[in-house]
Design a protein around this ligand. Sequence first.
Ligand code: BGC
Length: 515
Amino acid sequence: MSVSYDEINSLVAQMTLEEKASLCSGHDNWHIESVERLGVDGYMVTDGPHGLRKQNSDAVDSLYDSVPATCFPTAAGLASTWDRDLLVEVGRALGKETRAESVAVLLGPGINMKRSPLCGRNFEYFSEDPVLAGELAARLIEGIQGEGVGTSLKHFAANNQETDRLRVDADIDERTLREIYLPAFERVVRLANPWTIMCSYNSINGEFSSQNHWLLTEVLRDEWGYDGLVVSDWGAVVDRVKGLAAGLDLQMPGPAPRQDAQIVEAVRSGALDEAILDRTAERVLLLLARAREAMADPGSYDKATHHALARKAAAEAAVLLKNEDDALPLAPDTEIVVIGEFARTPRYQGAGSSKVNPTQVDTALDALREVYPAAAFAPGYTLSDEADPALVSEAQDAARGKCAVLFLGLPPIDESEGYDREHMDIPAQQVDLLHAVAEVATQTVVVLSNGSSVSVSPWRDDATAIVEAWLGGQASGSGVVDVLTGAVEPSGRLAESIPMRLADVPAQLNFPGEL
Ligand code: BGC
């Protein structure tokens, strides 16, 4: 049975202490707990954010074994569109896919501020600007929740680095918190009311977010009026009873029988007011009630339509950083050569919990050859860090006297959830390749694939044009080619700075923060 809004209070009133406590942790990695005696069915929640990562199994090694889903541009790309309507449209598509897979909550979006280009998870976040991040995330949520499924705004709060993310204590005075780290969350809560909010792993001013009463209750609920459910990041719970009292409703992943028992014990001993537990049980049931209609009628979606939307979004995300000599758009009769492994092996999303198993992948090489069937291709570099001079000279020979379109960027190993970068350069072998090609080509058009800013100053003089394509999702290849050929006018704008040097980044002296 599923829960309806008007049953919430009576169901909680009928529950034993143990049943209420059992709702405070998940049934497993991805499911909310059920209460069979009362016919309460727990639904599934899953990652997120720019596509569904619904795992086929719970095995430890099944992180990347998930059902096919459309991989839209990552938040770094979506933010560069500055396009609220597009974000609603992408949100609707995400919501439809979530619903079609009978998942009640998509775990995203992430809106932590980009304080340094080195944060390994910047690709999953929108911007360094709280207003832009808040506006766009709110639109995405409006689209997703409009389809009858929920979101989880994350990671609340101050999760701005991956280094020691489980333990680091973000030491931030209140004014800075309110001016930089919290306003995007506040904006989203007020504009879009995400059904859930995911607390971060780190501490803030000496207290873990998962048990931070000031954050989860005084600010989030009392000031901003949030009525939804707070879920822990996976494994972020430290002291369960303290967390519950602070405003953390759901511990994930589950099951967590030991912590559930601690909650029961705390109520029995008088250490925890039962009213707090009741409120959490009500919030869990409220979430189930909100998803009820969608879970009863999952519906379906059209993969080709969503792929076309992913292509449109990828094109809108591309930012034209430089365009000398009217190199772009490419003229239909230009003799081009395509260079760079990324043209045929695109890098279009980041690694970690957000990694989607795409329904299909477009390559820029295929898309360019639809327009320029005779275009030659040279890989120029490999995806390992090993320099290969033979590949460089092959590319140079192919580029002589032609317009070279080079696909450069960060190899997958350079940025991921779980660790930060140490510098902001693209691999030296790619810079050497560009230099060699620029000596002989008529023009060099560089297309970048990266999830966070990379330095362009060391090599930009070798490029006639530069297009920043970000990690543009499964249709990034065709989407960026639409911009190169002029089928789509480049309208993306930077949502994050590209510093000349790391030393110019205000946060650099404190990045990564220490324990
Ligand atoms: C990540 C979250 C993610 C969760 C579930 C955590 O490690 O920080 O963003 O939603 O895992 O996969």
